[in-house]
Design a protein around this ligand. Sequence first.
Ligand SMILES: NC(=O)c1ccc[n+]([C@@H]2O[C@H](COP(=O)([O-])OP(=O)(O)OC[C@H]3O[C@@H](n4cnc5c(N)ncnc54)[C@H](OP(=O)(O)O)[C@@H]3O)[C@@H](O)[C@H]2O)c1
Length: 276
Amino acid sequence: MMMLEAGGASIPALGLGTWTLSGRRCTELVAGALAAGYRHVDTAAAYDNEAAVGEAVRHCGLPREQIHVTTKVWHTDLAPRDLVRSVENSLRRLGLDHVDLALVHWPSRDVPLAHTIAAMNQVADRGLARHIGVSNFTVALLDQAVALSEHPIVCNQVEYHPYLSQDRVLAACRRHGVALVSYCPLGRAGGLLAEPAIAAAARAHGRSPAQVVLRWHLQQPGVGAIPRSSSPARIRENLDVFGFALTGAEMAAIDALKARGQRICDFAFSPDWDPA
Ligand SMILES: NC(=O)c1ccc[n+]([C@@H]2O[C@H](COP(=O)([O-])OP(=O)(O)OC[C@H]3O[C@@H](n4cnc5c(N)ncnc54)[C@H](OP(=O)(O)O)[C@@H]3O)[C@@H](O)[C@H]2O)c1
């Protein structure tokens, strides 16, 4: 497994997204993913599936230290006492004594970032999370978070796929030595997978379009991806992306799709995004 090295953390570059998965089905899918070789699982307090994820992690037979578990704190819980309690509740639901990475799920316009980052540092000091990071942070917010934090900010998990440029955020992550973990890495699949540039590369390498898109993520230094699937076969397919490489021309043709500028996750509480 390729690893992202950032701020002392070693994060498996390809992880399993679990948003929308729940209950016994979620436990089975995560267990199947771990058996297939996944070593990184992404969940969040807001996904309502931490108990199901934790059950798979605890009963998979792998040593705990071989599995990277990420969870996140929702934006309404960023005042210090709420934040620490949120992580404690996540751990209780997961049935784990620590996560590998705790993230601020979205920035808040209400709670000063200094308070939130101080609380994230407490979470790390107390060993509730081995590492801390952020999600959906713009360049300006990432700069502030890095400056405010004693513990390294190891990751900024952001929406990233060929239809959305993250050139500015990626440059900021690299400047700070922060890993960029791509969510919605397949652009929630659909039309993206039929793009001629992606289909052509898939034919050339005898791979699926989804594998080409995931390979495009992983060939960018400092970038990882957490695709989600509700199909055991597609979960296995999405991990099988280490045995081929896209050419520079194929990477450039897929890069060119960013002209579309299509953001999927955008809410009233989103920050003011960086310009494309
Ligand atoms: N930090 C945040 O704010 C945030 C926001 C959104 C998501 N996330 C995280 O990122 C993860 C991934 O993002 P996402 O779930 O929104 O979108 P995604 O991974 O880009 O796309 C998931 C969709 O792609 C399909 N798919 C998966 N593998 C495929 C394959 N090999 N071939 C064809 N279709 C395939 C799935 O359908 P099937 O199920 O039918 O396979 C599903 O409909 C989430 O699960 C969550 O953990 C984080």
